[in-house]
Design a protein around this ligand. Structure first.
Ligand code: ADP
Length: 391
């Protein structure tokens, strides 16, 4: 059975097609600059990457082009072979603790929840509607970034604000990257050969979050009402004193929008280093002795270590630490600095094993009290699995 996994952004559409249940990846790619000048798309098939420039006015046109490519490349002969389309949806609020088949009610809820994810949920809806009109025979499934975190106990997801705000304004911790935390924790349990485990999963990419996962269930996570909570990130500040916002408004004439923009797009590694949000540039700066890059990296690692320590205590120990996403999979120095800072917990890095990028691997010594693993994430496969299972 062929399943398409899609991730629609406001001007982009990422896709992968799988043969299920074998989980064979048939084709993948991304449409960029949809609705803008110079739109183009890239596809990867049989180890080859092809880039094509084409005017793509909207997501429906992107879907139509995608279907043409699927047929031209003999991935599908007949569109009826596509039985399901799984859509990544960022915010599922309190409504969804698992993936669901999309009907009108689900679409209404995704729309209603746009208030909590103004950039992402409307884009997902556009993608869903484009898919419905272009592949009418397929079942559409919503896979929410938040659903894995719905198992958090109330004392972990509430903020210490008036209860009225939680009840009426829905202000609480929802978390994000749930599909990734779910995927890597399930894979970690497979490697450990049991499900009664205490795991700390570190999804550290441009956006970054850490989860505490007990017996396969999320009990805490670092992201909050929005994805700008918890860790320091590429351009996001993560946890700060909330009063900084009113301080800036009252004393420096800044608007709420300006502050939010800076906190999301000009903070984090970029804000502190003044150089870049990309850890490769930070590493480069450090090698040249750039003191702002050195400071940015120190702050970045410190916050990750703080969360790991917090979750170690909350879980009452830890059976494995998992690294995933852009930095987690590829930044040798960031992993090394984090694990070195955890020596007090009996963590012992295997520096040689750690010299890898993008590979599933144990990176601690046999004598380490807690093993640490790199597990490359695969959100698209997770979306495809959920879609297949619901069909
Ligand atoms: P997103 O949150 O956008 O999905 P990714 O998980 O793809 O982000 O992570 C992207 C980030 O990963 C980059 O900004 C960079 O900081 C980091 N990264 C990617 N490759 C490397 C590498 N080889 N070495 C160090 N850092 C890397």
């Amino acid at each position: 059975m062929k399943i398409l996994s899609v991730n629609a952004g406001s001007s982009s559409l990422k896709f992968q097609m799988f043969e299920m249940p074998e989980e064979t990846r048939l084709i993948s790619g991304v449409f960029e600059r949809i609705g803008m000048e110079n739109s183009f798309y890239t596809i990867k098939i049989n180890g080859e990457k092809i880039k094509k420039e084409k005017e793509i006015k909207n997501h429906k046109e992107a879907f139509t082009t995608l279907l043409e490519e699927l047929q031209e490349n003999n991935v599908v002969k007949d569109l009826n072979e596509i039985k399901g389309v799984g859509h990544r949806v960022v915010q599922g609020g309190e409504y969804y603790n698992k993936s669901v088949v999309i009907d009108n009610e689900v679409k209404e809820k995704i729309k209603e929840l746009s208030i909590l994810a103004p950039l992402h949920n409307p884009a997902a809806l556009i993608g869903i509607e484009a898919s419905e009109s272009v592949i009418p025979g397929a079942v559409n499934v919503a896979v929410f970034d938040t659903s894995f975190h719905q198992t958090m106990p109330i004392e972990n997801y509430l903020y210490a604000l008036p209860m009225k705000w939680a009840k009426e304004y829905k202000i609480r911790k929802y978390g994000a990257h749930g599909t990734s935390h779910k995927y890597v924790s399930a894979r970690m349990n497979e490697i450990l050969g049991r499900t009664n485990t205490k795991l700390i999963t570190c999804h550290i990419g441009n956006g970054a979050s850490i989860s505490a996962v007990k017996d396969g269930i999320c009990i805490n996570t670092s992201m909050g009402l929005t994805p700008n909570a918890g860790l320091m990130m590429g351009t996001r500040c993560g946890d700060i004193d909330a009063t900084i916002v009113t301080y800036l408004i009252n004393n420096y004439n800044m608007t709420a929008e300006e502050i939010e923009n800076v906190m999301n797009k000009e903070s984090g590694l970029l804000g502190i280093s003044g150089v870049s949000s990309d850890s490769r540039d930070i590493e480069d700066g450090i090698s040249k002795g750039n003191s702002s890059c050195i400071l940015a990296q120190k702050m970045y690692v410190k916050r990750i270590v703080e969360y790991i320590a917090k979750y170690y205590v909350e879980l009452g120990g830890c059976d494995a630490i998992v690294f995933t996403a852009g930095l987690g999979e590829n930044s040798i120095s960031t992993r090394r600095e984090i694990l070195d800072a955890l020596t007090v917990l009996g963590v012992k890095i295997d520096t040689e094993a750690n010299e890898v990028r993008g590979e599933e691997k144990l990176i601690t010594l046999p004598s380490s009290k807690i093993p640490a693993y790199i597990i490359p994430t695969d959100e698209e496969l997770m979306i495809s699995r959920d879609t297949y299972n619901l069909i």
